[in-house]
Write a protein that binds this ligand. Structure first.
Ligand SMILES: O=C(O)CCC(=O)C(=O)O
Ligand SMILES: [Fe+2]
Length: 207
């Protein structure tokens, strides 16, 4: 039992950061990299509690609780109460409910992990849609590089089949670029070597 809510949140947040780091370590190890050298030492995280109110009646367009986006950080772990609502967008552009079983979590790759893995891991676009009459609560543990640590593709992940896709960058600079541009293609535009010219018409994360 916990003495108060903040104690429970603190413990939960610590456990989720541990889990997040374990998953990262598994990913890095699976690519033959030393996770400590490449990531763990320079990692920070934050834990957020989220509440989605029932949209006013009649429901406005689809009751969007959170607009479509990819996460900018490295890896996100999400959980929720029993009210579903998370949807993911596969490459065909449709929206598919991501049903999270009771008591389970979902891990979502962020833009920074895509860069780190030299494009091997893909951040899925996702959103939250509120359809029913019940409030939705969720929580997220967002793992990210410390502000001034450099995100650079490891040499071992670059070869003839995988040419270098991203230049080194710091997370804080990338985030600031995203906040000013709000583009779905922020990572490619900011750090990608194959980005089309800036200014070309493109979707934004606010659509
Ligand atoms: O509340 C959710 O299930 C999703 C939250 C989310 O995608 C985010 O905060 O980036
Ligand atoms: Fe997200």
């Amino acid at each position: 039992m916990y003495a108060n809510c903040s104690e429970a949140v603190k413990e939960m947040s610590g456990k989720m950061q541990e889990l997040n780091l374990v998953i990262m370590k598994m990913l890095f190890t699976s690519y033959g990299l030393d996770a400590d050298e490449h990531h763990a030492a320079d990692t920070a995280s934050y834990f957020r509690l989220m509440k989605y109110k029932v949209p006013p009646s009649p429901t406005p367009a689809d009751g969007i609780g959170l607009v479509a986006h990819t996460d900018k950080n490295t890896l996100t772990i999400l959980g929720q109460n029993d009210v579903q609502g998370l949807e993911i967008q596969p490459k065909n552009g449709s929206w598919v409910p991501a049903v999270i079983p009771d008591g389970a979590f979902i891990a979502i790759v962020g833009d920074t992990l895509k860069a780190w893995s030299n494009g091997r891991l893909h951040p899925v676009r996702h959103r939250v849609v509120i359809r029913g009459e019940e409030e939705r609560y969720s929580w997220g543990c967002f793992l990210m590089p410390k502000d001034d640590s450099t995100v650079a593709v490891a040499d071992q992940l670059v070869d003839g089949d995988h040419p270098l896709m991203y230049r080194p960058f710091t997370y804080s600079d990338y985030l600031s670029y995203f906040v000013h541009n709000l583009s779905d293609d922020a990572l490619e535009l900011y750090a990608g070597f194959s980005s089309p010219p800036v200014g070309e018409s493109r979707r934004t994360c606010m659509d």
